[in-house]
Design a protein around this ligand. Sequence first.
Ligand code: PEP
Length: 257
Amino acid sequence: MRRYFVAGNWKMNTTLESAKGLANAIAADVTQKSPMVDVAVCPPAPYLVPVREALGSSKVSLGAQNAYFASPGAYTGEVAVEMLQDVGCKWVILGHSERRQLFSETDDLINKKIVAATAKELGVIFCIGEVLADRQAGRMEAVLQTQLEGGMKDLDAGLLGQFVIAYEPVWAIGTGVTATPEQAEEAHLFIRSWLAKRYSAATAEGIRILYGGSVKADNAAELLSQKNVDGALVGGASLKPDQFLPIIAAAAKLAEA
Ligand code: PEP
């Protein structure tokens, strides 16, 4: 049985003070209420250390929003996998649509980053998803397949122990438009079937597939109740405890049912 995983992507938001406050609020609530759900927060890089301190000994893990594939060296502006681990990161988000669209990240570059992170046993949240034009043209599966094949090239099953896929339809990110539970389930099932063909049925069954795209307190339970939806990657709503904590609570309730 796959454990639910709820991760907050804070993107380029928060201040030092608000990041610490948010981390404190999440850590306090999660420690008490959600033993059955894995939770992570991914603050901006400058706030990783203070957020780790605010999370303290809570079960909320720390994630980064990006990493470079090379070992430490002359790469101005980049952050290495081992640096993220050095400050306590357990996860890194790779392949997010904002990185693909705004920073021209290709499947090839994302693959290099995934290979580097998994080789050092840093957990990866690998984001994939189609834009609206692709969905409308019936190309959703083809786009997901291309992103899966490209991003997971040369990735052995043995490296997938801490590997999560986030299906994030680009048309649902930050737009307030959410995929219907049926649309999410259809895409997740396609991803799991691809994993089964590429690796094995057992490997595919073990990999958690999160949904991301305008997940909120009021739509989380319906999305998370789908058979192949194993959690959520949450952007906007992860910045507000009164929106984020109910998403975790919804997962906890389903896990206990
Ligand atoms: C995201 O950016 O990963 C995301 C899902 O954002 P939002 O929840 O704001 O749509």
